[in-house]
Ligand binder design. Structure first.
Ligand SMILES: [Mg+2]
Length: 126
């Protein structure tokens, strides 16, 4: 079964770029354009991993991450931040966000990070 990636970003260009990349890599990609949209989509269908922008209208990435983690703490979240947002990154990591990348990110590194996290997730415990 395909791994499901939820891409959350208010910038259409970023959504399109990541949709193209992860679809090509064999993932099932869904998109959300802000934090509120993300939380609604997670409640409809739980993804295997979320790529979450930080700055978005309606609900930002930190608030959306907190909501998602409250709903289902097993979904790994990678935060996508801009340079200089370390304070909010720290808060996100404390809230349970797994990793972060700084924009502009290297898409190959991002893909590798997603693969690593999903590989860890699929290792049975014990
Ligand atoms: Mg943004």
């Amino acid at each position: 079964m395909k791994n499901r990636v939820l891409v959350v970003d208010d910038q259409k260009g970023i959504r399109r770029l990541l949709e193209e990349l992860f679809t090509k890599e064999g993932y099932a990609v869904s998109l959300a354009n802000d934090g509120r949209d993300c939380v609604e989509k997670v409640k409809l269908s739980v993804p295997d991993i979320i790529l979450m922008d930080m700055k978005m209208p309606n609900m930002n990435g930190l608030e959306a991450s907190r909501e998602v983690i409250r709903y289902n703490a097993s979904i790994p979240i990678i935060m996508m931040t801009a340079y200089g947002e370390m304070e909010v990154v720290q808060k996100a990591l404390e809230a349970g966000v797994r990793k972060y990348v700084t924009k502009p990110f290297d898409i190959i590194e991002l893909r590798n990070l997603v693969e690593e996290i999903l590989a860890e997730k699929s290792v049975p415990e014990g």
